[in-house]
Structures are given as C-alpha cells and as structure tokens.
Design a binder for this molecule. Structure first.
Ligand code: PLP
Length: 282
C-alpha cells in the first residue's frame, strides 16, 4: 500500500480518529454507505448518493455537497484499486442532550478497506443461510435508509458462529421475512421475482434497486410485496444482494436445498454486463 495515500479522511483531514463529542458515536445520529471499488472506480455511485441524500432529508440533516464527497473519495482511492469505500455522515459534534443545532454541518468520515476475499466464489457456488431468532422492530421513520443504528444486525449476527453459515434471515414481529443481516433477499416463485417490501423495517439496498431494474430489462416479472416466512418453502430460487457481493444464490436454508438458479444466473450475467457492474465477476 502506498503510505503517502491515507486510508481515512475525517472532514477532509487524513486521520484515523473522530471527535469524542461526535453524535454518531453518542446516538448513532448519522448515515453510512458501503461501496464496492473495482478497478479504482466506486460502483453505483449515484444510487448510493441518492439513498444517502434521502437519508439526510429523512433525518433532517442539512444538504451535503456531493461533489465534495466525490473529491474526497477520489483522493482516497488509488488507480486500479479493488476495495471497499465506506462513507459515514454524522450530525457532527454536540454537547450533552439529544437536541440538535439547526443547520450544523454534518461530519464526514471516509475510509477505504481492502476487498474481502472469497466473494466471487460465493457468488458462483451459492451460500448456506439460517433463520434468525431476533425479530426486527417496525419503524417507518427509519425504514429503508442506512442509518448508523445497526444493533439489530449486530445481535442477529451473534446468533451463530459456524463458518459454513454465511448469512441469517430476519423476520419482523409479524413473521414477515425482511432481509439478511447485511443483504436484501429475493425469491423466485413460478417465474416471478419477489422481494420483501421495506416500509416498516429493513434497508432499501442499492443492489436490490439494481436487480429490480435488471429484471425489468430482462422482461422478468418482479414484485415488491410482504412475504410471510412460510412462503419461503415455495421458493424455486432464493438469492441475496448487497453492494459488495452483487447477487449471491442461496444453496441451503434450514432443511431446503437448491442446486440451480436459472433466473438468478441470468440476473448475475446481466449485472456483469452493465457499465457499473462490469468486472464484478471474474
Ligand atoms: C441490513 C442491510 N440490509 C441490506 C443491505 C444491502 O444494501 P446494499 O445493496 O445497498 O449494499 C445491507 C448492506 O450492508 C445491510 O447492512
């Protein structure tokens, strides 16, 4: 790694430290994005920015200059680099108490991490998944956006240690399946692509939106709807999506098994041939 290029910036300054009064730390008062960087280029930048800006609006943050974020991201990424770019925005510093200071500029934290090993192999072979015991809370004000409160995911991920299990699926209190701990869920049933609606829980993934657009382009019928957990037993195919892994078939879920995923494979191929998804799979 080139030591002259820092791997983290806080408000534009190369440092690995944040202020102890940062509201992101105290209250989880902020938002984040995790982007794939392939061949030196952050992928699906405008979709990530759209979700980030929607989150800012939802939380009542002042607008952030996207060009400034872009310039800072560029300064962190080396030419040709494969990696993960994380962008965090918090409501900045505060004294004691929840009250906010109107118009206070958000703090920006950008950091680069190495590309995780083994993602491509999982996308090819598929992964084993379990059902989590934890139930996601329902909260329409926070649903869909990628805010910094991720305790449900942390708790759910602590439910298993077996390395063979790659992901856990989470339901809400009404036994509707919502998503994985770090991915969205899709199901194919009788030729139709289904993904859970996320008006009260879950994160509206960037890759989920890409997949819904790809399905439209392929002419595959797709619907966003509430999915009861018992409907999973009717799945002809299941797959997970996130910005780093792209599209990952599910091979095992509890007693169920799948060995081929015709529509999932078509969507993977379609993703690999898009401008932003190019070189996603080797
Ligand atoms: C809880 C949760 N849901 C869904 C996703 C998928 O989001 P995206 O496709 O934007 O990466 C993530 C990604 O980290 C996540 O943490």
């Amino acid at each position: 790694m080139n030591s002259t290029v820092p791997n983290a910036l806080v408000d534009g300054v190369a440092t690995g430290r944040i202020d102890v009064q940062d509201r992101g730390l105290h209250y989880g008062d902020g938002l984040f994005e995790t982007l794939a960087v392939r061949d030196g280029r952050p992928r699906f930048w405008s979709r990530h920015m759209a979700r980030l800006m929607a989150g800012l609006e939802r939380l009542g943050f002042p607008v952030v200059d996207e060009r400034q974020l872009e310039a800072e991201a560029e300064s962190l990424i080396r030419p040709g680099q494969q990696g993960v770019l994380k962008i965090l925005l918090t409501r900045g510093r505060a004294g004691r108490g929840y009250g906010t200071i109107k118009g206070q500029a958000p703090s920006r934290v950008l950091l680069m991490a190495p590309w995780p090993e083994g993602l491509e192999a999982k996308a090819r072979a598929g992964v084993a998944v379990r059902m989590c015991q934890l139930r996601l809370g329902q909260n329409p004000i926070l649903a869909g956006i990628k805010h910094l409160n991720r305790l449900e995911q942390v708790m759910a991920r602590s439910e298993w240690e077996t390395p063979e299990i790659d992901e856990g699926l989470l339901c809400d209190g009404g036994e509707r399946v919502i998503e994985g701990t770090r991915a969205n869920l899709f199901m194919v049933r009788n030729g139709t692509l289904l993904t859970p609606e996320l008006s009260a829980s879950g994160v509206a993934g960037v890759m989920r939106s890409v997949v819904l657009d790809l399905a439209r382009e392929l002419g595959a019928p797709a619907r966003v709807k509430a999915i009861h957990r018992r409907e999973l037993s009717e799945a002809d195919e299941l797959f997970l999506t996130n910005s780093l892994q792209g599209i990952v078939p599910i091979r095992h879920l509890q007693q169920q098994q799948w060995t081929d995923w015709p529509l999932t494979r078509r969507l993977q191929e379609a993703l690999a041939t898009t401008e932003e998804g190019t070189a996603w799979y080797p």
